[in-house]
Design a protein around this ligand. Sequence first.
Ligand code: AMP
Ligand code: ZN
Length: 460
Amino acid sequence: MIQIFNTLTKKKELFRPIDESHITIYVCGPTVYDFAHIGNARSVVVYDILFRLLKLCYNKVTYIRNITDIDDKIIQAAENNEKGIKDITDHYTKAFHDDIKSLQCLEPTYEPKATENIKHIIKLIEHLISSGHAYHANNHIYFSIESYCEYGMLSGKKVDELTHGSRVEIDKNKKHPGDFVLWKPADDIDYKLLSYWQSPWGEGRPGWHIECSAMSYSCLGQNFDIHGGGIDLQFPHHENEIAQNKSAFPGSIFARYWVHNGFLTINKEKMSKSLLNIVSIRDLLSSGIKGEVIRYALLKTHYRKPLDWTEDIISESQENLNKFYKVLNGIDVASVDLIGNYNVSIPKDFIDALKNDLNVPEALAVLHEMVAAINKASYMDQKLKLIKAFVKSAQLIGLMQSNYEKWFAVDRNYQEIEKLINMRRAARLNKDYMTADAIREKLKQMGISISDNKNGTITW
Ligand code: AMP
Ligand code: ZN
């Protein structure tokens, strides 16, 4: 049985699906106005692992990850770049897909876009107005948080506390400072950029929270198993989604389990565009770091803990994966696949770690134990069997997608590279930095980047 930490109950719970024959999950996806950063990547990789585990345990899993393609920041980006909204969103949606593909993430079952769901959004707002949960004021439609008696169930915030001094913006049109916008009227920029739609309340566009409510409802219905996203979305975004859906569909459970990944930080501060401390996936990839290395680095820390991004994490992950790929030296992976006689299964410890609230660091430790066993194995037969189980396990979490030759670029002569690295190390020890630099340059020309850390020199 899978156990997962549920933010709603603040407890690790046994995962009991609504319908064992069809598991349903909705995750808040990116707002596409710039390249995705490594914090966004963390969220995508975490839910990719959950998706893979659910697929292993159940026959049918529907995984919805939306694209937020209308938003103030998108409009701002279109204005700044003198582009249309769709030019911006198409460009960054494609970039997002390319980047996360490099991180070996599987595609979700369906990826709805907010702008393709305006009809559903309007219908949901109409329903909230007619049931007394939303109201019209100054050409805006607001959700009334006082109309929903369980408001605060996810974040623990109290309606009375959402007043002065809180981060909720003060707006004199609202009945309560915590009320939030469901629909806002078009302004001059919206008319210029055509970022508005017709509605019963005039031309305008939806608020962010109602978009996800409408998309999860249109794709998965009133009730589904898991809702995920980064911990920054717990309040107000997810709290507001709950208020909207449970008000619109009284008696529904909406999402049974709420899962939140921790922040990826830099110098212990959340990585975010507004703090100007972002590292994009694209920058890392174009500096020559392999997608699988980035994935490994994101998986080294348990998904609920903060992960502070450092250069060391990358070099350690590169070293760890080098160690993994070295076991394939001289092994034809295709022939490993052909050893059909071996009934090789993924070790129970490995699966159990994943089932225990996605304990990937523990699953990685099992992979390291498997590598140690492979390196100790004296008979080829035994070795191949262990390798097969190792590759199968690693591939379950999206690792070991390459082979020895490609990983070490053996066509560029791995032995030669090792020899040069050893010569450079010796030169550095002798303080012969000219020779060391010349060797670095030679390696660079061979397409090999190197860096030094406390454990020695690593290549990528
Ligand atoms: P956004 O594009 O900002 O709407 O975010 C897309 C997803 O990435 C959401 O699930 C966010 O919670 C998540 N996210 C954004 N920044 C970080 C970060 N620094 N660490 C972890 N997750 C993040
Ligand atoms: Zn959302």
